[in-house]
Design a protein around this ligand. Structure first.
Ligand code: NAD
Ligand code: TDX
Length: 351
């Protein structure tokens, strides 16, 4: 029975990963540690709250002692590090916590795993530390070409820089100590339980509440979208089959401009839910500082080496996602109250 230490498991991708893994495997144990920031929400894990194979502890990955206790209490086989500050706009306003959690937190976690796993003979290569990273570490593309695993790192936002720094630390623990690691770099995810500060859930939530839809700059920046469950399957493959020390890009060639995304959501919601949702809600607003123009992942390596392919077409995934948010209005209303209400007001309503 393998034991997974999942960090940030109450966030968007982490909670989807835990739900996916517990659905797929009976004989695993998941220790989920999360600081429960504004983005962490145990409601995401309601389905598994009585599952004895899921154990939650409120822990900050920056807290060395608390991490050591976790490694003393449980015999961890895999660390899957999702815990992060993840929103680019917040990193532009206030970078410090991004460095604390994403860089120092990752280094603490690496040290705790190293102390627990290293013996005189080195590391047991059945253990593994998986760093969940992002395509944003590669910077921005022009009109053509894709990111491959050895594209030079060229992060632009403080968020992306903190994720690139974390990737380099993970790599250094492999290069220096031969600690067994993998790094995954995925494109933009969407799906259930994503915090509505990110483009897709923000637009759905604002359509539901007939609020304006802010589009940064000319709306022609391109992101490469992947349904979150496809990302979870990719991580599972990397844990089980990924070669130690390797980086795997994850993406499904679903590039769309932001304005295409917004219009797709408006059209679907208008036809299926409420005719009064229309393009009149769109507002072009000031561009994001240092806004990356285009992301595009080349997933050839994970496809050929590990046999992973996405299974959800964007057109299907976006419909499922819109339905999920409309059916889970209480979840949405819950997460947009409190701290987020102040953030939203500052970002979009004060100017
Ligand atoms: P999220 O913001 O929804 O969740 C992050 C989680 O980490 C939250 O539950 C939060 O409480 C927790 N957390 C934050 N600081 C912590 C700390 N110091 N200690 C413990 N827990 C802490 O983010 P997400 O979108 O689910 O992203 C998860 C990971 O995947 C991140 O590392 C992110 O960089 C990466 N990623 C995200 C995307 C995307 O499109 N969302 C794409 C590629 C990679
Ligand atoms: O209100 C908005 N209007 C708008 O035009 C918001 C919130 C975003 N945008 C644009 C900015 C981006 O070009 O939409 C695009 C997507 O923005 P986000 O949802 O903030 O995602 P992005 O900045 O691309 O980063 C995401 O993908 C990579 C995640 O937040 C990261 O955690 C992940 O690493």
């Amino acid at each position: 029975m393998k034991t997974y230490l999942v960090t940030g498991g109450a966030g968007f991708i982490g909670s989807n990963f835990i739900l996916y893994m517990l659905k797929m495997y009976d004989a695993i144990k998941i220790i989920n540690i999360d600081k429960l920031t504004y983005a962490g929400n145990l409601e995401n894990l309601k389905e598994v709250e009585n599952n004895a194979n899921h154990i939650f502890a409120k822990v900050d990955i920056c807290d060395k002692e608390a991490l050591m206790k976790i490694f003393e209490e449980y015999r961890i086989d895999y660390v899957v590090n999702f815990a992060a500050e993840s929103h680019v706009d917040r990193s532009i306003h206030d970078p410090e916590v991004f460095i604390k959690t994403n860089v120092l937190g990752t280094q603490n976690l690496l040290d705790a795993a190293k102390k627990a796993w290293e013996t005189r003979a080195g590391f047991d290569r059945r253990k593994k530390f998986i760093q969940i990273s992002t395509d944003e570490v590669y910077g921005s593309l022009g009109d053509t070409g894709y990111f491959i695993e050895n594209t030079a790192l060229d992060p632009h936002s403080p968020y992306a820089a903190s994720k690139a720094a974390a990737d380099l630390l993970v790599k250094s623990y492999y290069d220096t100590y031969r600690m067994p690691v993998n790094i995954t770099r995925c494109s933009n995810n969407y799906g259930p339980y994503q915090f509505p500060e990110k483009l897709i859930p923000l637009i759905i939530n604002n359509c539901l509440n007939k609020k304006t839809l802010p589009i940064y700059g000319d709306g022609l920046n391109i992101r490469d979208w992947l349904y979150v469950e496809d990302h979870c399957r990719a991580i599972d493959k990397v844990i089980n089959k990924g070669l130690i020390g390797e980086v795997y890009n994850v993406g499904g060639h679903n590039e769309r401009t932001n304005i295409q995304i917004v219009k797709t959501i408006i059209n679907y919601m208008s036809e299926n839910l409420d005719k009064s949702i229309s393009e009149d809600l769109i507002r072009y607003v000031e561009d994001r500082k240092g806004h990356d123009r285009r992301y595009g992942i080349d997933p050839t390596k994970i496809k050929e080496a590990l046999g992973w392919e996405p299974t959800t077409l964007f057109e299907e995934g976006i419909k499922k996602t819109i339905h999920w948010y409309t059916k889970n209005k209480a979840w949405l209303d819950g997460v947009v109250s409190g701290e987020y209400a102040n953030y939203f007001k500052k970002m979009y309503e004060d100017s």
